[in-house]
Design a protein. Structure first.
Length: 118
């Protein structure tokens, strides 16, 4: 499975961005797609995840109500709509794929940088 993340950029606080993650290869083998982020000097943290089969979605508390994860099966693409962005959302955002909810994530994209200015 190959993952290509894109859509990052510079945005002012309160603004919006939509990230995309295009999956290719044996995508049918991975049911769960997720977004993580890593801010400068900090550890990578979970942001949101979605399952292709059941549509279940989960979010980190820090982004609930502001971010929405969605998927397009036909395009093998997962999106992260980010609204009401805050400077603390500044990070490199990575998409990841896992076989199931409990198996962990074993495929990772290259990351896309989101910078939120105050």
């Amino acid at each position: 499975v190959q993952l290509q993340a894109y859509g990052g950029g510079l945005v002012q606080a309160g603004g919006s961005l939509r990230l995309s993650c295009a999956a290719s290869g044996r995508t049918f083998s991975r049911d769960v797609m997720a977004w993580f982020r890593q801010a400068p000097g900090k550890e990578r943290e979970f942001v949101a995840a979605i399952s292709w089969s059941g549509g279940r979605r989960i979010y980190a508390d820090s982004v609930k109500g502001r971010f929405t994860i969605s998927g397009d099966n036909a395009k093998n693409t997962v999106y992260l709509q980010m609204n009401s962005l805050k400077p603390e959302d500044t990070a490199v955002y990575y998409c990841a794929a896992g076989r199931t909810w409990s198996s962990g994530y074993d495929y990772w994209g290259q990351g896309t940088l989101v910078t939120v200015s105050s």
